[in-house]
Write a protein that binds this ligand. Sequence first.
Ligand code: XMP
Length: 510
Amino acid sequence: MAHQFVAVLDFGGQYNQLIARRVRECGVYCEVFRYTMPLEELKAKAPVGIIFTGGPNSVYEENAPRISREVFALGVPVLGICYGNQLMAYTLGGKVAPAPAREYGKTQTYYNTASLLFKGLEEKAVSWMSHTDYVETLPEGFVSVAHTDNCPCAAMENPAKKLYGMQFHPEVMHTENGLKMLHNFLYEVCGCKGDWTMGDYAKTAVESIRQKVGSGRVLLALSGGVDSSVAAALLSKAIGSQLTCIFVDHGLMRKDEGDEVERAFQNSDLHFVRVNAEKRFLSKLAGVTEPEQKRKIIGEEFIRVFEEEAKKIGKVDFLAQGTIYPDVIESGTGDAAVIKSHHNVGGLPDYVDFKEIIEPLRLLFKDEVRSLGLELGLPEYLVWRQPFPGPGLAIRCIGEVTKEKLDILRDADFIFREEIAKAGLDKSVNQYFAVITDMRSVGVMGDGRTYDYTLALRSVTTTDFMTADWARIPYDVLDTVSRRIVNEVRHINRIVYDITSKPPATIEWE
Ligand code: XMP
């Protein structure tokens, strides 16, 4: 496969995979490597461009990550971002120092549009800054091509040598035109042709799964959500009947969802096992109200059920999971804080005898997972299924989880989803669902007093699920939803709409 290839060298910043994802978004194949990768290896891969990521260090600290000067002499264009920019300046003889004013967040920035990086873009726009150091003296041959009120060099270039640096983060959404800047680097500077697609990703992934698995057997826990379904489709394409999927139906699925999932895999070669375990889960959850405890119980019970089924299958060589990139970071890697314990990540099991875990989606973002799913021929309704948390409706059922509350929630949630789809909002609103609160209030229906549950509607727009805004659903749609739910679903007499973004709230309520 002779795709043009861009190497992203990782200096430990928090947006490294995001940079890779943006490059892919521009139709260019890329891979992330540690900055310690030997130069010879890098050269052998023949990249058409190299991007240095940000990182938490200061270049003048003794143990800060360094890079060999020779990388700049390869004749391959280099773009340094944030720490990468400072490192380039430092390595080539410029001076990096603590900035007189630290810049953090959205910053008005002035660009020289004669630079190829900013070609065709606005001269004045907002960039996302996050730095305490800055390039005080530019290395020889470089000129500044962007500045802010506090930072005389927000971007620099040496066009003759095809070396470029940006102090801000073009990869984050808050930088206006950030994607276009990366696009300019790739197409105007590196000469990329855009010869890479999600289809290529699928091919490469299928190949590497085949290589890794050989004639081994793989077991996948299918939760029914988009991620594990796409992982199942990918693995099934790669290794067909060597794959067994165990679908643990914990009774916490949305309305009719268990059957839909089963149907989607009916005609594949893979072995599909559905376990109906509602009773087991509900009895473990009886009386439990604390969110993290619910998650842990479900996670553990899931493993228990899975284990029992796996034992029936016998020895497997690999355990596969549909973990995607945002799960990986939110569950905390390294020093990152744990926000919620996502039950499909980490802490896994010594319960099934297997060699290794395969996570074929580990580096992908949600929308990439969807396009991969379509590429693999999964039906639209499954691919466009909203993300659904592993612990299912249990974390949308505030307080104790009971069959009664779950059934009410399922019916109400179904109506909400149906109306969103009818209004044509199902692709622009990225996640929408109902939450049954543990609160009851007084209402009046007909001539009688009611004392019933309050239902909350939650819907958000987001690209990466790490931050999200509440969706501005038209009042008319909300009105229809509210009327229908109160009329059609017993035991709900009040409906509220959640208008908090993430942060400070999370998308799910628990
Ligand atoms: P939060 O609530 O953390 O959710 O803002 C971010 C996204 O992750 C989903 N989510 C989960 N997905 N296992 C999953 O696979 C989980 O335990 C889990 N918890 C939350 C959530 O639905 C949203 O899309």
